[in-house]
Ligand binder design. Structure first.
Ligand code: SF4
Length: 377
C-alpha cells in the first residue's frame, strides 16, 4: 500500500464506512504525484478489467492526468458487452416462439444481434419484459402459468449466486414454465486470455472490486505465477482507483509482482464461500464464447444435469440465424484492450449512445459509452 493511501481511514470489512477519506483531494493529489514520480517515462500498460472502474476513471478524468507513457486500457468487464452475438441471436430466436415471455435486465434490450434487438422485437409485439431481479421473472412465471417465461441470464460472479438461488426457488415452488438462458461468465479465465495476448502486453491489472467480493483474491494468483504480472483489487472511489494504479506502477517498476487487495472494506481475501457454494450447487463450469475474446475454456456456467429442465438452451429447439457482427464495429478490439474506443472509426460519428452500433456503446458500463459520456480522448 502507498504511504499516501495508508493515511486514509480504513474501517474493517463490514463496518460503517466514512467515504470522505476515499474522496480526499489532497490524498488524490499525493497519489497522482506518486504515480508520475514512479512511472517516469517508462512505457506501462495497465488494464482496468471492470466496467465500473472504466466509468470511475472517466468520471474523474484520470486518463488525461496520467503520465503520457502510462496507458489505462479498458477490459472485458462489462457482461452485456462480452455477450456473444450468437447468444443475443439465440435469445431473439427464443422470443419468436409462441407463448414465450422473455425477461431481461434493461441493458440487454438495445444490444444488437445479427439482424434485430430485443427492443425492436418488443416493438413488433413480442412479450419481452425488463426485470430488476431474476426473482421478478419467477413471479411472472407463477402468475402466467400458460406462458413459458425465460430469463436472459447474463452476468459475472456477482450476478450468478442470485440466479442460482432463483433456480433453486423455482424447483422449490415446482414451477414448470420457468427457465434461464445461460450466458453467464467467470472473470479469471478472461483475464488469463488477455494476459496471454502479446498484442496487448498488459503490465498490470486493476482487478474487479465487485467480482472479487465473491471470488476473493486467490483466483488471480496465476497472474504472478504464470505471467509475472501484478494485480490490485480495488474500489471505485477516486483514492481507491489512484491507489490501485500507484501500487501497480510501483510493482511494475520494481519488478516485484504480487496480487494485492486494496479494497479490504468490501473484499475478504477468501471472498464469499456461501455464494460460491450456491453457484456450485446449480452450475458446472463450461467453455464459453466471449465477444472479442472468442471461446475461453471453463469461463462459462452450464446448469447441472439435475436442473436441465430450467435450462432454456436445452429445453427449446430454435433455429438461430447465421451470426453477423455489427458492420465496422471494433468492440472486439476494445474489449481486448487492443484499441481505445475512440480508435474505432465509428466512435461518436455513426455510433453514439442514442444510435449505438455495438454493445460497448449500449451498456451503461460499456467502454465506448463511458468514453463518450466523459468526453475522453
Ligand atoms: Fe463498436 Fe460503437 Fe464502440 Fe465502435 S464505437 S467499437 S461501433 S460500440
Amino acid at each position: 500500500m502507498s504511504d499516501a493511501a495508508s493515511t486514509a481511514s480504513r474501517p474493517a470489512h463490514g463496518t460503517d464506512i466514512d467515504f470522505s477519506a476515499f474522496r480526499d483531494p489532497a490524498l488524490a493529489r499525493e497519489l497522482i504525484e506518486r504515480i508520475h514520480e514512479l512511472a517516469g517515462d517508462r512505457r506501462i500498460n495497465l488494464m482496468e478489467v471492470c466496467g465500473t472502474h472504466t466509468v470511475s476513471i472517466g468520471r474523474y478524468g484520470f486518463r488525461s492526468i496520467m503520465p503520457s507513457s502510462l496507458r489505462l486500457l479498458s477490459g472485458p468487464g462489462c457482461p452485456v458487452c462480452v455477450t456473444a452475438n450468437r447468444d443475443i441471436d439465440h435469445a431473439i430466436a427464443l422470443a419468436r416462439l409462441k407463448d414465450v415471455t422473455i425477461t431481461t435486465f434493461g441493458d440487454m434490450m438495445r444490444v444488437p444481434g445479427s439482424s434485430t434487438t430485443l427492443s425492436q422485437m418488443k416493438a413488433e409485439g413480442r412479450d419481452i419484459r425488463i426485470v430488476y431481479s431474476p426473482l421478478d421473472a419467477l413471479d411472472i412465471a407463477e402468475t402466467n402459468p400458460k406462458r413459458e417465461v425465460i430469463f436472459m441470464g447474463v452476468g459475472f460472479e456477482t450476478t450468478t449466486p442470485a440466479i442460482a438461488a432463483c433456480i433453486l426457488e423455482a424447483a422449490e415452488r415446482g414451477l414448470q414454465n420457468f427457465s434461464v438462458y445461460c450466458a453467464h461468465k467467470t472473470t479469471p479465465p478472461a483475464i488469463r486470455a488477455i494476459a496471454n495476448d502479446p498484442e496487448t502486453a498488459i503490465d498490470g491489472f486493476i482487478l474487479p472490486g465487485h467480482v472479487s467480493t465473491i471470488t476473493g483474491v486467490p483466483p488471480y494468483r496465476f497472474l504472478v505465477d504464470e505471467f509475472r504480472t501484478p494485480g490490485v483489487v480495488t474500489g471505485f472511489e477516486p483514492v481507491d482507483v489512484l491507489e490501485g494504479i500507484a501500487e501497480l506502477v510501483r510493482m511494475v517498476v520494481t519488478d516485484a509482482p504480487a496480487i494485492e487487495n486494496a479494497y479490504r472494506r468490501s473484499v475478504a481475501t477468501d471472498g464469499n464461500a456461501v455464494a460460491r457454494a450456491l453457484v456450485d450447487q446449480v452450475f458446472d463450469p463450461c467453455d464459453a464464447t466471449w465477444r472479442g475474446l472468442g471461446e475461453i475454456p471453463a469461463s462459462g456456467l452450464a446448469m447441472r444435469e439435475e436442473f436441465a429442465r430450467f435450462d432454456a438452451g436445452r429445453r427449446f429447439d430454435v433455429t438461430i440465424e447465421p451470426s453477423v457482427e455489427p458492420r465496422g464495429c471494433r468492440c472486439g478490439d476494445v474489449l481486448r484492450g487492443r484499441i481505445s474506443p475512440n480508435g474505432c472509426p465509428l466512435f461518436g460519428r455513426a455510433c453514439t449512445p442514442e444510435h449505438a452500433v455495438g454493445p460497448c456503446m449500449v451498456s451503461s458500463e460499456g467502454s465506448c459509452a463511458a468514453y463518450y459520456r466523459f468526453r475522453e480522448q
